[in-house]
Design a protein. Sequence first.
Length: 397
Amino acid sequence: MGSISLSFPQVPHRRAAHSAVLLGVLAMVPLITACSKKAPPAASPPQVGVVTLHTQPILRTTTLPGRTESVMVSDVRPQVGGVILQRLFTEGGDVKEGQQLYQIDPSIYQADYDSALATLAHDQAALATANAKAERYRPLAAAQAVSAQDYSDAAAAAQEAAADVASANAAVEQARINLRYTKVLSPISGTIGASTVTPGALVTAEQATALATVTELDPIYVDVNEPTTVWLRLKQEIAAGQLESQRDGSAAVTLTLEDGSTYSLPGKLQFSEVQVDQSTGTVLVRALFPNPDHLLLPGMYVHAELQEGMNPNGILVPQQAVSRNTRGDATVYVVGKDNKAELKVIQIGDNVGDQWVVTGGLQAGERVIVDGLQSVEPDAPVTPVEESAAFSSNSKS
């Protein structure tokens, strides 16, 4: 019989081939997926808002603490002694120069005045008699009807009587002055304070305690102490032509009161002291303010803003563009060459509204970044856009 050959399928080998094909397909999936995605575009520089600096006239001011001072103050004291009969003013009210404030009992001084007048009349009568006698003796002495000694005695008596009259006139004037002093008058116009005496009180001439005090409140002084460093800087800047001086007595001064409110009426600079206070290193500067409503009282603490002068080529930088480094220096970002952000250390002075006065580190024409600072890095490119209301709103939203 012939042999029969049977062929069985190689199942294990087919499974292996199928697995290899499957693995190959799976390996190609990431490559196909990667090829189907496009590469991301390069990030564009961040958009920032900039302000181009320019020169402009800037009024330079200095704010210093100060105190109000009265222009005139007068203590009212009696110039004769006696009992107070009347007080003729309202405490805290306004009085005029020469207005009667008190009445001292005048009876004694009236009697002295009347006595002085009587003495004067007696002496005037005696003078008339002496003059008449001397006139009678003159021709008689020439005719030798009376002795020369009698005539000399008569002439001397007339001269003595004239001296008595002069003395009596002086006594009358003194008595009249004392009588006038029983009316205590206000030496100046102003506001009078509390009275230290009442009717019935005994006062003495030139006593230490004042009867009352009159203070002139309108106008009123404001005294501030300016540091010599500020004073020297101001003088140097004026000499260098950086500031146009306004220290001609017409420079305006404004006040901020203790409660933070602004005094509505401006004052004028009066003068600067010619000596430096060695204990404080300051120079006294005095301004004069109108005070019609008596809002300012002597001794009040205020802040005075003095106008130092005009800088015709000043530069201002927005406060939102300025920050501080770890050393406390003021810094800003400017758009430099190739539109790259540059960090600059600058010097700033006083503020004018919401801007700082630049005293160093920046020049006119430079572009300072004011918006989008959170996305700015030193020496990194930026896309500058001149600051506008629309851009400012978008960048802050």
